[in-house]
Design a protein. Structure first.
Length: 394
């Protein structure tokens, strides 16, 4: 049996593969500290869990409309309107099986074979694969030194075949949060070149310090007509295993995605829809406690990495740090660096190559302060050993 070229060309998630390798080492008895994780280490809030229980017991666990429960679409439209400043009606929202699912459906709805799509580096690994899976051609755009957008590079990457841009703010992996001026510049470019923008806002609630999340769809009507927002409950409500998300955008896009969903996978899980609805309706205080805990860890990890002498921008969103470790790598680059870290220090990191950037590694701080301290100790020890090696060699 031969696979389609579409299926054969798709690579599995590098980060999930690394997390699996770390788990296998731990199962074999190694004291692994995994900074490869991409999910909150908190439980979903009690009222979310209670809503899931209640939904199961209700006897109503059945198909819902393919685009999701009307009441949940309405709650998401209200959240976008009130909290994100993006005027949205329920018809402008489709509930999906996850943020990833929203993203893949958005790209399947927008990309024609051969269309060029710009990815702003460092870019979450799934974007590359999903754009290609949809038949598109990926064009990478290098960032400024501080991981923000380099508009000269962006302009240079445009060709007559460019159709869209995938934006992710706050960014996984860099933690960079786009400001309004940058977003206006991006949307002006989108207007001039008639481009769509898929805006991945899954970390919108996880911003720190002076950073504020701004959706490009909140800027003006023209911007709203070109932006498709993808988002979900995984990070904001610590609901990764519930697998629930949504997509919002112009009505012809949401209608098409709802039809696609009705054929490909059917409605999202009823229990998770009810749980998500409870989270949105009550906005439980645990969410802010989680954000504050992430903020404290972020500052701690950032200070620790700086103390190790690493070149790193302060991440202001999501829950990752993305330092430059190029001077500690050998000919195998950061992939070899991460393999060594895992084997010698039992410390799991994600190589920047998974995000299109050699020379960097991603560290997740979705783990306890004690584990972050232990990770910093191991990281520091490994860097010192490499410095020692260099000194002996020279
Ligand atoms: N977008 C980004 C940038 C992510 O990091 C993730 C998860 O790691 C997702 C989307 C998808 O999240 P989910 O499919 O759990 O909703």
């Amino acid at each position: 049996m031969r696979l389609s070229s579409r299926a054969a060309g798709l690579a599995g998630s590098a980060t999930l593969a690394l997390a699996a390798r770390a788990r296998a080492l731990a199962a074999a008895g190694r004291d692994v500290v995994s900074m490869a994780v991409g999910e909150p280490d908190f439980d979903a809030p009690p009222l979310v869990r209670a809503a899931a229980h209640l939904a199961i017991e209700s006897g109503e666990v059945r198909y819902t409309p393919a685009a999701g429960l009307p009441v949940l679409r309405a709650a998401l439209a209200q959240m976008l309107t009130m909290q994100r400043g993006v005027p949205t009606t329920p018809a402008g929202v489709v509930v999906t099986h996850s943020g990833k699912h929203a993203l893949s459906h958005a790209l399947l709805a927008l990309v024609e074979p051969g269309d060029e799509v710009l990815l702003l580096l460092p870019a979450w690994s799934s974007y590359d694969e999903l754009v290609r899976f949809a038949g598109g051609v990926v064009r990478h755009v290098a960032p400024r030194h501080d991981a923000g957008p380099d508009f000269a590079a962006l302009a240079a990457a445009l060709t007559p075949r460019t159709r869209g841009i995938v934006l992710n703010t706050p960014s996984n992996p860099s933690g960079y949060v786009w400001n309004e001026v940058e977003l206006r510049q991006l949307m002006q470019l989108a207007r001039e070149r008639d481009l769509w923008v898929v805006s991945d806002e899954i970390y919108a609630r996880l911003v720190y310090g002076s950073a504020r999340h701004v959706s490009p769809a909140a800027l003006d009507d023209d911007a709203r007509s070109r932006v498709v927002i993808v988002d979900g409950a995984s990070k904001a409500f610590a609901m990764t295993g519930y697998r629930i998300g949504f997509l919002a955008g112009p009505a012809h896009v949401t209608k098409s995605v709802a039809e696609m969903q009705s054929q490909i996978s059917g409605c999202p899980n009823y229990v998770s829809q009810q749980a998500y609805l409870a989270g949105l309706a009550h906005d439980p205080p645990e969410m802010e406690s989680m954000r504050l805990a992430f903020d404290a860890r972020r500052r701690h990890l950032h200070a620790g990495l700086e103390a190790l002498g690493l070149d790193i921008i302060e991440p202001l969103g999501a829950f990752y740090a993305f330092p430059d470790v190029a001077r500690y790598t050998d000919e195998r680059g950061v992939v070899g660096f991460c393999e060594d870290m895992l084997e010698t220090e039992a410390l799991a990191l994600v190589p920047g190559t998974a995000f299109g950037m050699e020379g960097h590694v991603r560290l997740s701080y979705a783990l306890s302060m004690a584990k972050i301290d232990e990770a910093l100790r191991r990281f520091g020890r490994a860097l010192a050993a490499r410095r020692g090696l260099r000194a002996t060699a020279s």
